[in-house]
Write a protein that binds this ligand. Structure first.
Ligand SMILES: [Zn+2]
Length: 94
């Protein structure tokens, strides 16, 4: 668990890359092929799916933070499994 780092660093949801046209007629994306990359984080906020744009500068950080959450979830599931087996053993020993 210690290798997980601080919980402050976790972000929910997933980081995705979308291709989009910016709408400017003179831009290279106007041909519909050379589109812009836009990174986004999609998350549930109060149960509602929301999408926020992520500036290119922050993509690396956001990816790491989302990955941290996945590692945390996996570690928590492992610990919970161990605790369940422990409980069942405790019960037998009553
Ligand atoms: Zn464009």
């Amino acid at each position: 668990m210690r290798s997980l780092g601080s919980l402050r660093d976790m972000l929910p949801g997933s980081c995705v890359e979308r291709q989009r046209a910016c709408g400017r007629p003179n831009c290279h994306c106007a041909d519909g092929k050379n589109l812009h990359s836009q990174f986004q984080i999609s998350v549930l906020v109060d149960g509602k799916p929301m999408v926020f744009n992520v500036p290119a500068k922050l993509v690396g950080q956001v990816r790491r933070q989302v990955e941290m959450r996945h590692r945390f979830d996996a570690a928590a599931a492992t610990v919970c499994g161990i605790n369940l087996r422990r409980l069942l053993k405790q019960k037998q020993e009553l």
